[in-house]
Design a protein around this ligand. Structure first.
Ligand SMILES: [Zn+2]
Length: 145
């Protein structure tokens, strides 16, 4: 059973190392397309572990646009809501955990444009893909108008 930490480390490393034992170059089987998902059965020759790589980004681009990473929006543009885990963190000083939470809530709600606590870590619960979003500096590149 893979832990969230193991999965995150594996994804951050673009799948270059076995998520269980860390040995490089896990073996990939054929890629199967299941609807909008591409699934590849993976295995490790060192520890015999097996798992599935799931690729969830789905898009169609012109063949001459080779940099797919740059041009491919996530499949949220297809209109199907996805499940995300959103984390917000802030450093604060307080005497008790309750006071710390109250201070964080105050910052979160103050609406001050100078408020710098605008960074959210968003995890796609299907793919485990983590995106860091700073609402102060970024507009949604995939927002449709
Ligand atoms: Zn392994």
């Amino acid at each position: 059973m893979l832990t969230d930490t193991q999965v995150k480390r594996y994804i951050d490393g673009a799948g270059a190392n076995c998520p269980y034992c860390g040995e490089p170059n896990p073996m990939g089987g054929p890629v199967e397309i299941e609807g909008k998902l591409a699934v590849q059965e993976m295995s490790c020759a060192s520890c015999q572990a097996r798992w599935n790589d799931i690729f969830a980004r789905f898009n169609a681009v012109d063949v001459d646009r080779v940099n797919a990473e740059e041009v491919a929006p996530p499949d949220t543009v297809n209109g199907s809501p996805r499940e995300y885990l959103v984390r917000w963190e802030i450093d604060t000083e307080a005497v008790t955990p309750h006071e710390a939470a109250a201070r964080a809530l105050a910052v979160q709600r103050d609406g001050d444009p100078a408020n710098t606590a605008t960074i959210f870590e968003v995890t796609d619960k299907v793919t485990g893909m983590v995106t860091t979003v700073d609402l102060a500096t970024e507009t949604d590149p995939y927002e449709t108008h």
